[in-house]
Design a protein around this ligand. Structure first.
Ligand code: 6GU
Length: 239
């Protein structure tokens, strides 16, 4: 997958391109990253990238021309099929389903805004989808774009150690993850649940599923609304 980033702060993306699972995906060539910076498309002495909002009020907007040209450069880098995503709190919320859907695209253009935002006509002309990562305001779209990169990259073939990893993730089955335990066998007076030492993998799998169901019910009952449970889950709930 090619991911083209449109941002005034390309260095920020080292946080995902230079470390861990996402960094490895980049070095292995499973994800190709390119940058276009609106600042590079300014023509004035001060390289101005912001402009005043019509109607007045506090704050500035992204200046239209440099941003539009940076998006055009991103389209050139990715080819015409790229899906253009503008990160903003006004967008549709990113969730597991959206991350999986975006991972099916050949190319993404992630547009990170700064200041108070972007001219609405530019969004209408250039953007396919507005995406938010939650109900709070960030100072710019870069962190949100990095969240998208990380969540999407995990679903690309070959990125996680074994192919099943992403499918076994929390949320892949619509549930929260089960609790996990490592050594020592007793920690601060608390033992590891006995079943995990049993070596009975069928029993362990059922225990984990029951734990996942239980904590989803306790912590995020909203995730269970409208979710059809499997026959095995019904069995576990009846136990
Ligand atoms: Cl996508 N961008 C910004 N600037 N703030 C956010 C956001 C995005 N999602 C939640 N808050």
């Amino acid at each position: 997958m090619h991911i083209a980033l449109v941002s005034l702060f390309p260095e920020m993306f080292e946080a995902v391109t230079g470390h861990g699972v996402t960094g490895r995906a980049v070095t292995q060539g499973l994800v190709q990253i390119s940058h276009s910076n609106p600042r590079d498309y300014t023509t004035d002495k001060h390289r101005t990238v912001d402009d005043r909002p019509y109607g007045g009020g506090p704050g500035m907007l992204m200046k239209i021309d440099p941003l539009q040209q940076a998006i055009a450069a991103a389209r050139e880098a990715t080819g015409d099929s790229a899906r253009v995503i503008y990160l903003s709190p006004q967008g549709q919320r990113l969730d597991h389903g959206k991350a999986v859907a975006l991972s099916q695209e050949k190319a993404l253009i992630l547009v990170a805004g700064r200041y108070e935002g972007v001219d609405e006509r530019l969004i209408e002309a250039e953007v396919d989808e507005e995406v938010s990562i939650g109900d709070y305001v960030l100072s710019g779209g870069e962190l949100a774009a990095m969240v998208v990169i990380d969540a999407v990259t995990r679903h690309l073939p070959g990125v996680l150690g074994h192919e099943l990893s992403a499918q076994e993730d929390s949320y892949a089955d619509g549930l929260l993850d089960c609790p996990h335990y490592t050594r020592p066998e007793e920690y601060q007076g608390k033992p590891v649940p006995e079943v995990l030492l049993s070596g009975n993998h069928a029993l362990i799998r059922r225990w984990r599923l029951k734990q996942a169901l239980g904590r989803t019910y306790e912590r995020r009952p909203d995730l269970l609304e409208g979710r059809a449970s499997t026959a095995e889950e019904e069995e576990l709930l009846a136990e």
